[in-house]
Every structure is written in C-alpha cells, then in structure tokens.
Ligand binder design. Structure first.
Ligand code: ZN
Length: 173
C-alpha cells in the first residue's frame, strides 16, 4: 500500500454545508444514503466475500463512531450523560431512537435497541442481521467512553422480523 493516503477520514470532509448547499441545506432523502450504502456492500461482497464485506463495514462503523464521539459527544462526565447525549444526538440527526435495556459498565456489558434505524428499518425480511456498520459504531462509542475494547453483535434486526434493532455489547476478553 502507498504511504500517501488519498482518503484518510477527517471530520472536515463533512464539509461546510451552509456554504456548499445554500438552497438544498444539510438534508437528503434516506433512499440516497441507502442506495450508496447497499451498492457499496454489493461491490465489497463481490470483491472480498460476505465475511470480509461485513468486517469492512464493521470497521467503517467503528471509524465513524470514533470521530462521532470525538467531535460531537465528548467530553462525557458519567454514564447518565453518555446515554443522554447519545440519545439526543441520534434523534436530532435522525439516525434512530435509542433505548438502553441493560447497562453495566463495571461488568462491561450493554444491551441497546435502536428503532427506526437509518440502515435497515423497513427493509424486506432476511435470514440474517444487517447492521454491521452500527455494530462497529456502537463498539467505538463504548470504547471511547470507557477506554476498554468492546465487541458488539446485533442480535435482533428489522430484517429478521423484529421491529427494532437490538445490539449486545461486551467488553473484549
Ligand atoms: Zn438492524
């Protein structure tokens, strides 16, 4: 791989939307986001196989979560503030409606649901969970907050018949 990166992510790549979109503003239609995400997935899967495509999506979600926390969430004083800020931001940015089902920071355990999720709500049924990007995203948020490594698995998804996505996070062994 080249030492020179072409596409290293930084928050300023999100751009100055007031300057750049004086008429259209910061909103777009969700179909456009999904069109890009699912075409990306298709190409990644065809190029690298399903498992690697999932891993790459998880990793991209993780990277996004790290930047999201650093730029929008931190500093966070305690668990209550972590939950309150995250709930507020996810709703404000129309990413989803977050509920905490279980949170035990000492034991390194978290179970959350995200309803009306950006990635999967309303999709046709599948025989597998879909939200690998969100898994990585949540792992990064937990890691940023606790400074411990987390592994996150989606255990229920809109696509598997539940009407919400449920994520189980566990501190890495
Ligand atoms: Zn899902």
């Amino acid at each position: 791989m080249n030492d020179e990166r072409k596409y290293e992510f930084s928050w300023d790549l999100l751009g100055d939307l007031e300057l750049g979109r004086p008429n259209l503003g910061p909103q777009t239609r969700l179909e456009v986001y999904r069109l890009m995400q699912f075409c990306f997935r298709d190409v990644l899967e065809r190029t690298y196989g399903s498992d690697e495509a999932d891993r790459l999506f998880y990793e991209a979600g993780y990277l996004a979560g790290r930047h999201f926390y650093a730029n929008l969430m931190g500093p966070v004083q305690d668990q209550n503030q972590f939950v309150a800020k995250l709930q507020y931001l996810l709703k404000e940015l129309k990413m989803g409606i977050l509920r905490i089902e279980e949170m035990d920071i000492a034991q390194g355990r978290l179970v959350v649901t995200v309803s009306e999720d950006l990635d999967c709500s309303g999709l046709p049924m599948r025989d597998h969970e879909f939200c690998t990007y969100d898994e990585g995203f949540i792992a990064a948020l937990m890691e940023s907050f606790t400074e411990r490594k987390f592994v996150v698995k989606e255990v229920d998804c809109w696509c598997t018949g539940d009407r919400t996505c449920r994520f189980s996070a566990q501190v890495a062994p």
